[in-house]
Design a protein around this ligand. Structure first.
Ligand SMILES: NC(=O)c1ccc[n+]([C@@H]2O[C@H](COP(=O)([O-])OP(=O)(O)OC[C@H]3O[C@@H](n4cnc5c(N)ncnc54)[C@H](O)[C@@H]3O)[C@@H](O)[C@H]2O)c1
Length: 432
């Protein structure tokens, strides 16, 4: 099939490359010329394991193309995927749909034959109705079908998640469109993915309800971890004991810093905003948002406690700053709050991240980037393990850190209390 992905970010590029690998002809469109240029040179603008290789392979064999020309790309394709960002609107909790609607208007001017227009971006309920309205403004006969097909991939595991999804959700009442999309996804369905055909509005809501539920699970275990710290219980025992119950399941039950990333924070806010419009109080999700917002402050208080109130002039090293491992995505990472706050209190922050230096910290005084773990930790009084990259899982801190009484605060519970005790390292984890 001939596919056009509009928005070549985490979702558009990963799904475009994977669809091409499944034998489709795909053109990935973006308004960002530099992004398209670098992709044509075989360089992925984002860090995602295995992505660059997949892009190179399919670009070389001609099934994957890149373009800034939306009109031409839509004209030659049968199925158009809208994959642009839907961040939180400034000074509001609602999703900013300006990119989605802008792209829709551009698609409208490019429709030359029947097109299936699929919203892969996460959009509030009834956005599909609005897209349809915009497209209908053109005086021609209806030559399109608007479908919701939310994406559930996780950054860091995006390719695996795309190729082996638990489910594929297609929101359309149009039988022919449903048949075409089921056919497109048939290689994944034959590998075990469940195919769910529902209404467009239900499909839009499935995405928000899923993300809110996962955010709730994380927040739940984070709060239980707070209790564990007071009663001398290890939260990991709780996660295992709870997670073995099939009704609960063990995933997303790992205590850690506040949840972040490009999805959970904005999607929890947006679903609450949608419900408010319909005068429905999603009080549980509201509490989750509040609890998560407080979590970084709670961890900062703990750091203050660990350092006995003496943060000024302390050398604090952050291992990892992205919102989770195996991605370069900094959106809503808890480090964005923690690092500037500690630097403001006079700490000297040195950080290392396998995906390199972050522009955002360049403006902070007392914050420097180190090119490797060794130089990042060398002078540390306190090492904060912020993300659980494999690179951080077997560091010989004793041999790398000059100071005798250094402390480790492991926000991901990578190391065992027992091992740290044996090595005579002052060590704190989460919920232990
Ligand atoms: N990142 C994830 O893990 C993930 C997972 C599932 C769903 N989603 C959802 O998918 C959507 C996209 O997320 P993302 O993380 O890929 O976003 P992103 O910011 O990485 O990429 C969006 C891309 O769209 C491009 N763009 C914006 N306006 C455009 C226009 N008018 N014409 C052409 N290109 C344009 C931008 O230049 C950018 O490259 C969001 O709604 C998000 O909630 C994201």
């Amino acid at each position: 099939m001939k596919l056009c992905m509009i928005g070549t970010g985490y979702v558009g590029l990963v799904s475009g490359a994977c669809f091409a690998d499944l034998g489709n002809e795909v053109v990935c469109v973006d308004k960002d010329l530099n992004k398209i240029k670098s992709l044509k040179n075989g360089i992925s603008p984002i860090y995602e394991p295995g992505l660059e290789e997949l892009v190179k392979k399919n670009y070389k064999n001609g099934r994957l193309k890149f373009s800034t020309n939306l009109k031409k790309s839509v004209a030659i394709s049968n199925i158009i995927f809208i994959c642009v960002g839907t961040p939180t609107k400034k000074n509001s909790n609602s999703a900013d749909l300006s990119h989605v609607y802008k792209v829709t208007k551009e698609i409208r001017n490019a429709i030359n034959k029947f097109k299936i227009i699929v919203t892969k971006s996460t959009v509030p309920v009834a956005t599909g109705d609005e897209i349809e309205k915009i497209l209908l403004k053109k005086k021609s006969k209806k030559k399109f079908s608007v479908v919701s097909n939310p994406e559930f991939l996780r950054e860091g595991e995006a390719i695996r998640d795309f190729v082996y999804p638990d489910r594929i959700v297609i929101g359309t009442n149009h039988a022919r469109t449903n048949r075409i999309l089921k056919n497109l996804y048939s290689p994944l369905i034959s590998k075990g993915a469940k195919y769910v055909n529902t209404t467009r509005r239900a499909s839009e809501l499935i995405k928000y309800a899923s993300n809110s539920f996962l955010a709730t699970k994380i927040t739940f275990i984070n709060e239980i971890a707070n209790l564990c710290e007071k009663i001398n219980v290890n939260v990991e025992d709780i996660s295992i004991g709870m997670g073995l119950d099939k009704r609960i399941g063990g995933r997303f039950l790992r205590a850690g810093p506040a949840y972040g990333g490009s999805c959970f924070p904005k999607d929890t806010k947006a679903i609450v905003n949608t419900a408010d419009k319909f005068k429905i109080n999603l009080s549980l999700i509201k509490s989750v948002i509040k609890s998560n917002q407080k979590r970084s402050l709670l961890l900062l208080n703990k750091i203050n406690e660990i350092l006995k109130g003496r943060i000024k002039n302390k050398n604090i090293c952050f291992l990892g700053v992205t919102f989770k491992a195996n991605t370069d995505d900094m959106r809503d990472s808890s480090s964005l709050l923690m690092i500037p706050s500690l630097a403001k209190k006079g700490a000297k922050i040195n950080y290392y991240d396998p995906t390199g230096e972050k522009k955002i910290f360049k403006k902070n005084k007392n914050v420097t980037f180190s090119k490797n773990i060794k130089s990042a930790v060398r002078n540390a009084d306190l090492v904060i393990i912020h993300t659980d990259w494999n690179d951080f899982k077997s560091v010989n801190f004793k041999s790398l850190i000059k100071k005798k009484n250094f402390i480790i605060y492991d926000l991901r519970n990578i190391y065992s209390n027992l091992k740290m005790k044996k090595d005579k390292i002052k060590y704190f984890g989460i919920g232990r």
